[in-house]
Design a protein around this ligand. Structure first.
Ligand code: NAG
Ligand code: NAG
Ligand code: CA
Ligand code: CA
Length: 317
């Protein structure tokens, strides 16, 4: 039980939208003037001549700050030519950018040896192959090197921490799991709401919905509640649980937003939980009722006891 409270505080600080395994990284435009750190003078030897005509002896300075002597557009043209194409090019986890013969950026598998050495055991991760990897960087680099193979396709990050023996989940324990998780989801939302003054962790619409839960005097506060009490509260205050269950689904369903959770999308929730809650894997397996490896909104809601007539796609956004 304590685990859930601990976990609540770990997650409440972040929004639950931690980056996941195969998430396509959004391309950020590096605007001229935006990011001084990324421009290295060494890359621009060839450019010096061109730029000297135009302005200063320091190309990086030119590329960082369009100077008065140079129209912004000219600067852009010069810099586009000589800027390292990789500066603007993001690769998914496990890959790094390299420039090919025609100066085009491309993503190639990272050599695990170039991953930063882990600071401690807590950086280790366990793969679905039940092998411990030194860090998630090592894991994704390895997964990348297996790209295109069946083994690579099946390999996922299972949980945070070194691989360990995870006790089998008994049926009665499995039944308790959604009770606690549902209660926890509600508390995560309430905590986010309390902290949300100016963080904008929740949208206005979401805030309105949580406000109702927050202000409801009958709400069961966060704490160590018996399973009987949790079950009773769900019966009595069923309506308070509908939104938190939908909300969590929306937090996870991001890559892509399609009403289904893949293994990868589920990872931010699963990975930290598995070492502490041995029923996590069984729960999500069981949740995928049609066993197509994706958890649909209907399946998800059903796992948490939300009635079919209360499943509402509009609550997810
Ligand atoms: C070029 O400009 C950058 C940023 O203003 C500065 O950090 C760097 O020292 C300069 N390099 C030279 C060779 O002047
Ligand atoms: C996975 O590895 C751990 C540690 O090496 C071991 O204790 C555990 O029994 C293994 N689990 C399975 C399912 O093989
Ligand atoms: Ca999805
Ligand atoms: Ca399914």
């Amino acid at each position: 039980m304590r685990v859930w409270i601990f976990f609540l505080f770990c997650l409440a600080g972040k929004t639950l939208a931690a980056p996941t395994e195969e998430e396509p990284v959004v391309e950020e435009e590096l605007e001229v003037g935006a990011n001084p750190v990324q421009v290295e003078t060494g890359e621009f030897d060839e450019a010096i001549e061109v730029v000297e005509d135009v302005i200063a002896e320091n190309l990086s300075a030119v590329c960082i700050m369009p100077s008065v002597a140079m129209q912004e557009r000219d600067c852009d043209n010069v810099c586009r030519l000589y800027r390292n194409p990789c500066l603007n090019h993001h690769c998914k986890k496990g890959k790094v950018c390299e420039v090919d013969d025609s100066n085009q950026p491309m993503c190639v598998c990272q050599d695990p040896l170039t991953c930063p050495a882990p600071v401690g055991d807590f950086e280790h991760v366990c793969g679905t192959d039940n092998k411990t990897y030194e860090s998630s960087c090592h894991f994704f680099a390895t997964k990348c090197s297996l790209e295109g193979t069946k083994k690579g396709h099946k390999l996922h990050l299972d949980y945070i921490g070194p691989c360990k023996h995870i006790a089998a989940c008994m049926d009665n324990e499995l039944n308790e799991f959604p009770l606690r998780m549902r209660d926890w989801l509600k508390n995560v939302l309430v905590t986010l709401y309390e902290r949300d003054e100016d963080n904008n962790l929740l949208t206005e619409k979401q805030k309105l919905r949580v406000k109702k839960i927050y202000e409801n005097e009958k709400r069961l506060g966060a704490g160590d509640h018996s399973l009987d009490l949790l079950a009773l509260d769900f019966e009595k205050n069923y309506n308070m649980y509908i939104f938190p269950v939908h909300w969590q689904f929306g937090q996870l369903d991001q890559h892509p937003v399609d009403g289904f959770l893949s293994h990868t999308e589920l990872a931010p929730l699963r990975a930290p939980l598995i070492p502490m809650e041995h029923c996590t894997t069984s729960f999500f397996e069981q949740c995928d009722a049609d066993q197509d490896k994706y958890i649909a909104l209907e399946e998800w809601a059903n796992c948490f006891g939300i009635k079919e007539q209360d499943i509402d796609k509009d609550l997810v956004i």
